[in-house]
Design a protein around this ligand. Structure first.
Ligand SMILES: Nc1nc2c(ncn2[C@@H]2O[C@H](COP(=O)(O)OP(=O)(O)OP(=O)(O)O)[C@@H](O)[C@H]2O)c(=O)[nH]1
Ligand SMILES: [Mg+2]
Length: 458
């Protein structure tokens, strides 16, 4: 294990709180803290994983800074696998900053963001994908996001990647054996068999990459656009789902001129709900921009709530809208069903490619059914992934795509009879891409980029 400098940082958010934690890791951590700690016994004699009551005192100024509890944890059974000390002081920025300054004066270095977790990675306690999950746990905004990040921290994704990597390695090994001993009488790798094995690995890679959609939805939410021609009740639906009067509703068509975004929770996963301006030919520049924004929201949406006014006959605007939404990600909704209670809607349902949900944004009728349909359509698919590893980071998705592209080239090479050198080069590139996910292949600048995203003291 390499010997990295001893570092210190404030690990709790700066502000008034009951307790603040100043944290240290490194070979000198216990000695440095021991130099400013006054308690019943010295920290250097303390056993591992013990807690010590005392005071932090500046020996130079003879000044007592705070009353504290210090935990001493000795390598290797720690977060970083190095000696660690955590000073639990009173919350409040002044005490924490003074303690940190004192530790820096006594030989510690200030920790850059993510440095504690980086040490855990550098010292081999966790791999890179696990280290990245720590940042995701800290920033998780939904229970689903937390659950995914925890499962990644426990190594579910890493295990999958490692097993795929072993698969590629074994094909590469067989190929290179053929290469090294090509003069001797060693049986050459059966190309067909190698190709089959690569195609199986590639399929697994692709499935993993596909889980990124579920990963994004579970951790960031479903981008959902409410679209429809003017006056069909889009803003009323937004308000009904939010259960408050967020958007202005009037009987005047063209009331909503700009997109309005709000977040609601459906079955534990957030919907990023966007109310849009009604899609119709625009009279003025403001309306034009509004309609442009509606189109953008429609294009970027994971889920489209396509709304029609059931109390009126369909017209060309409704028909035009139907051609611009993708049925796979659309729920068709007929609104204002309070106006035709018991009778068939005036709007011709036969135009719709799927069974619509009938609602009244005014009386909230049908709203639960709509929410259930949303859960089934989007979340059903997302949740079916929660038992297997899910990709949640764009970096991982990119590397998976690059690895499967290289495998494809290797497969094609095998098929058309290219030389082993060219094929092994592709396989090596695939291995590098996969290795970058778990950090088996690592570059300093990559690490800098990843850990920069962390907060200080983590
Ligand atoms: N009876 C009835 N009226 C509704 C219902 N939903 C909306 N309305 C009325 O329809 C009118 C238009 O509603 P909005 O929610 O502003 O419609 P919109 O689609 O946002 O319209 P734009 O912003 O102009 O595109 C208002 O007068 C609403 O009160 C409903 O379920 N039943
Ligand atoms: Mg509106």
């Amino acid at each position: 294990m390499r010997n990295y400098p001893t570092i210190a940082a404030i690990s709790t958010p700066l502000g008034a709180g009951a307790i603040g934690i100043v944290r240290m890791t490194g070979q000198e951590a216990i000695t440095i803290c021991g130099g400013v700690f006054q308690g019943k016994c010295g920290l250097e004699q303390a056993g591992s994983h013990t807690l010590h009551y005392g005071r932090i005192v500046s020996p130079e100024a003879g000044e007592v800074i705070d009353e504290v509890l210090v935990s001493v944890m000795k390598a290797p059974g720690t977060y970083t696998r190095e000696d660690m000390v955590e000073v639990n002081c009173h919350g409040g920025p002044v005490a924490q900053k003074k303690i940190l300054a004192l530790l820096l004066d006594h030989g510690a270095e200030l920790a850059p963001p993510g440095e504690f977790t980086r040490r855990a990675f550098l010292n081999g306690r966790i791999d890179l994908a696990q280290a990245e999950s720590v940042a995701q746990i800290v920033s998780a905004k939904t229970e689903a996001a937390l659950k995914l990040a925890m499962s990644q921290l426990e190594g579910s994704l890493s295990a999958e990647i490692k097993s795929l990597r072993r698969g590629v390695l074994s094909v590469l090994g067989a190929l290179e054996a053929g290469l090294d001993f090509s003069d001797e009488d060693i049986e050459e790798l059966n190309r067909e068999e190698a190709e089959t094995r690569l195609s199986q690995i590639k399929k697994c890679l692709e499935e993993l990459a596909e889980s990124a959609f579920a990963g994004r939805i579970l951790s960031q939410g479903v981008r959902t656009a409410i679209v429809g021609k003017p006056n069909v009740g889009k803003s009323s639906l937004l308000n009904a789902m939010l259960m408050r009067e967020r958007a202005i509703v009037t009987e005047i068509p063209g009331t909503t001129r700009d997109t309005i975004e709000e977040i609601i929770n459906v079955g534990g996963v957030p919907l990023q709900l966007t109310d849009t301006a009604g899609m119709a030919p625009a009279d003025d520049i403001v309306e034009q921009i509004g309609v442009e924004r509606s189109r953008k929201a429609l294009k970027e949406a994971d889920l489209i709530l396509c709304l029609f006014d059931g109390s009126r006959r369909e017209d060309d605007h409704d028909r035009a809208l139907l051609t611009s939404v993708l049925p796979e990600k659309t729920i068709y909704i007929i609104n204002k069903c309070d106006l035709f209670r018991g009778r068939a809607p005036s709007f011709n349902r036969g135009l719709l490619p799927a069974q619509p949900v009938l609602i009244s944004a005014l009386t909230r009728q049908g709203l639960n059914e709509l929410k259930e349909k949303i859960s089934r359509l989007v979340l059903g698919e997302a949740f079916s992934h929660t038992l297997s590893p899910v990709v949640t980071l764009e970096r991982h998705q990119r590397l998976l795509a690059s690895a499967s592209e290289r495998l494809l080239k290797a497969q094609q090479g095998l098929r058309v009879g290219l030389g082993e050198e060219i094929i092994s080069e592709e396989l090596r590139a695939a291995l590098t891409a996969l290795g970058e996910i778990t950090g088996e292949e690592m570059m300093e600048d990559l690490l800098d980029e990843i850990f920069r995203e962390f907060c200080v003291g983590k």
